[in-house]
Design a protein around this ligand. Structure first.
Ligand code: ADP
Ligand code: MG
Length: 713
């Protein structure tokens, strides 16, 4: 049964079989299953047990000791319900394990009274002596068995059940068992060759599906899980590596000319020298751009590590060779800031224009956002098609129809995780295989990056430009005394000419509520603790013109304190700001806090960040402590993964195709690495998976609607 069985059932076949094809599933049950997201036989088989109940490892009722937690199994007898006046309803029953009885008492759980006598259950609790007998009060109960249908296995799978859908673990177990039995005749097709199984120490697919649902030893569960986890990661890596290869194979990409005056002039005119890291990354980017295949590269770098300069160099390299560049940012504020930086650093540069009077002209830079007027927009569109606009900076307004480039050669996408792969592709589609540089300031743990950005080459800016000053971070409790001290520090700094951010936001709240919170805090601080200082307010609900003028005033030092929502999260660069106060800091994610904090510590003066919070969860506490311990984004990213687990980390990014049923990071790192290896090997010999039809189906089914993502680029 191990290895490749050509005649076996494929996952596609199982996916195409609705659960109603199973004899046990009628209309009602199929509806209930539907509510749990189980529509096909494949869904059912991939509905894995949450844990296993080991029947050999239970105690006998006779051996129970008072106050020692224990699990016992048996059948339910003598169920009774009492409703004492003015007191909670009480359900009492006896658990009989074949030799002795244990009394179970449930307060305020009236529904327990409905359990049929003789149902086999497992209960977990702490026994206590009552009237001379042992009893458990409100123990946890798992229903093992429906009356009259004995389960003979040793390890009993316990499935995630759904109270809402009204389906119990034992029902799912029966259905899965039934489905697996029906699969026995043909068994499962296994896309992995025998040698792979040996190399990676994996069991066959049929064994894996059977053992995860019907194990006789717990070791077998582990091996089954390993194989199924491997499959999950392998499909994902096949998709990512295939896409990466397809882009690399594309030989019609541009070879940008490396020689020219523009880029050297740009670098010469910078008010600082490039860091070693920047030089290295610019080299990596330029060598991609010079080669005929299109660049598809991720630039990861800490907030403030100087990614923008790298981005500009890439755009200018394209311009130097006679192409256009596009720079897409996730927010208006950021797009505006990038345009500003670009004009400051490159506005004075000139490019050759043979045929014109002077033989040269300034680099044409435009800004395109949602607030660009129709007239400006027309002008930009015309400039783009006429080729006098060399670089356009903008928000996702750039990907709308009607924006046409005459010769788009390079694209930079900032803060990628706010854009989907689809948007990346829409922008690419406006050029003829343009080079793409994706930038993220959210450092991603290495293996997580293999999942999320597995289709990109990677560069990192690790070191910050010299001259950065340290940031100290403190957790501050909610008492007014502690708050008062923080405001004193702030006022001291302002007295010395520095500036401060006060961030208030309801993370779960709407932008409107956020705006309200910020406005109230702005009013309060102005009246009370910070009266006399020059305060500004910035939130997402303000008209763009107001936002811009507030930012301008803060930048110019006309304002001392900026009270803001997370609008200032990324890209805002005010070297004179040395204080950041974050209200309700425990409500933010670790990396979001880190992003916010990156707004300070950008100038010559030491900075301080105050996290105002009284965390109510240990996770919240752990996040704040991590913030105090480190300012290294990569370190914090690993920490974040540890605290939250991969499900949560991926949840906020991109599409469903990084959803994992079994896989977990960082636990499964070695599996990801092995899966990547196999994916590369398979695609080396079979780039389009045309000799691995079923594997290709699995990848296509994983991608669903975003299947264009594969092969076709
Ligand atoms: P990022 O985009 O990675 O957050 P930026 O490119 O905005 O970082 O750079 C942050 C600040 O550091 C900017 O003010 C920029 O001008 C400055 N900077 C960039 N590179 C250097 C360098 N090599 N030396 C000194 N300052 C630099
Ligand atoms: Mg930036």
């Amino acid at each position: 049964m191990e290895g490749r069985d050509k005649s076996g059932l494929t996952l596609r076949e199982l996916r195409d079989l609705p659960v109603t094809q199973l004899r046990a599933v009628g209309p009602k049950l199929s509806e209930q299953l539907g509510e749990m997201g189980i529509a096909t036989v494949l869904d059912l088989i991939e509905h894995y047990p949450r844990r296993y109940h080991d029947r050999t490892n239970v105690q006998e009722i006779a051996q129970l000791k008072p106050d020692e937690e224990a699990t016992v199994t048996g059948r339910i007898k003598k169920v009774s319900l009492r409703r004492p006046p003015r007191r909670r309803p009480i359900v009492e029953m006896e658990l009989f394990d074949g030799t002795s009885y244990l009394k179970l008492t449930f307060f305020n759980q009236e529904y327990r009274g409905k359990i049929p006598e003789n149902t086999e259950v497992s209960v977990f609790g702490r026994p206590a002596i009552n009237r001379g007998r042992l009893q458990m009060i409100n123990p946890a109960v798992d229903i093992l068995e429906k009356v009259g249908e004995p389960f003979t296995g040793v390890l009993l799978p316990i499935y995630p059940q759904s109270g809402k859908a009204g389906i119990h673990s034992w029902q799912i177990r029966k259905l899965v068992s039934g489905a697996l039995k029906r699969c026995e005749e043909r068994s499962f097709y296994d896309p992995l060759e025998k040698e792979w199984l040996q190399t990676y120490d994996l069991v066959g697919r049929a064994t894996a599906y059977n053992d995860i649902h019907r194990p006789d030893k717990i070791d077998k569960v582990f091996r089954a899980r390993k194989r199924l986890t491997f499959d999950e990661f392998m499909r994902m890596q096949l998709a990512l590596v295939a896409r990466k290869r397809a882009i690399e194979r594309e030989s019609s990409g541009l070879s940008h000319r490396i020689d020219g005056e523009l880029v050297p002039n740009f670098i010469k005119n910078l008010p600082f020298a490039l860091t070693k890291d920047q030089e290295r990354v610019i080299d990596e980017v330029f060598s991609d751009m010079a080669s005929p295949g299109p660049m598809h590269r991720l630039l990861q770098g800490e907030v403030g590590s100087g990614k923008t300069v790298v981005a500009l160099a890439a755009l200018l390299l394209a311009v130097q060779g006679g192409h256009q560049g596009a720079f897409m940012a996730p927010t208006e504020v950021l797009a505006e800031q990038h345009a500003l930086t670009l004009r400051a650093l490159a506005g004075a540069l000139r490019i050759d224009e043979p045929g014109s009077l002077l033989g040269e002209r300034p680099v044409g830079i435009s800004l395109l956002t949602n607030k660009t007027t129709a007239a400006q927009r027309r002008q930009i569109t015309e400039g783009l098609s006429a080729g006098v606009v060399d670089i356009v900076v903008g928000t996702h307004a750039l990907i709308y129809d009607g924006i046409e480039f005459s010769r788009l050669g390079a694209i930079v996408i900032d803060e990628q995780h706010r854009f989907g792969v689809e948007q990346r592709d829409l922008l690419r589609g406006k050029g003829n295989e343009p080079d793409v540089l994706v930038m993220t300031a959210t450092p991603i743990p290495r293996t997580a990056a293999m999942l999320i950005y597995g289709d990109l080459d990677k560069s990192e800016l690790r070191s910050l430009p010299a001259g950065r000053s340290p940031i100290t971070t403190k957790i501050v409790g909610p008492s007014s005394l502690e708050r008062g001290e923080v405001y004193e520090v702030l006022k001291e700094e302002v007295k010395m000419g520095r500036q401060a951010f006060v961030i208030c936001a309801l993370v779960e709240g709407s932008e409107k509520l956020e705006a309200k919170a910020a406005t109230e805090e702005f009013d309060r601080l102005g009246r009370e603790e910070l009266s006399g200082l020059r305060l500004g307010l910035l939130h997402g609900q303000m008209p763009s013109a107001d936002k811009e003028s507030v930012m301008q005033e803060f930048r110019n030092g006309v304002l001392d304190v900026l009270v803001a929502t997370t609008v200032v999260e990324v890209g805002v660069d005010i070297p004179n700001a040395t204080i950041m106060i974050i209200e309700d800091a425990d409500r933010f994610g670790l990396l979001q806090l880190h992003q916010l904090r990156g707004r300070i510590g950008r100038g010559a003066h030491a900075s301080q960040c105050f996290l105002l919070a009284e965390p109510s969860t240990s996770e919240g506490q752990a996040r704040l402590e991590a913030m105090c311990e480190s300012t290294d984004g990569f370190e914090l990213a690993e920490k974040d993964l540890e605290i939250r687990g991969s499900g949560a980390v991926f949840g906020e990014r991109q599409s469903g195709f990084t959803d994992l049923k079994l896989g977990r990071l960082p636990r499964d790192e070695p599996v990801v690495i092995a899966a990547r290896q196999i994916a590369e090997d398979i695609l080396n010999s079979d780039p389009n998976l045309s000799h691995h039809t079923h594997l290709r189906e699995e990848v296509e089914d994983l991608l669903g609607d975003s299947v264009d993502f594969l092969f076709k680029i």
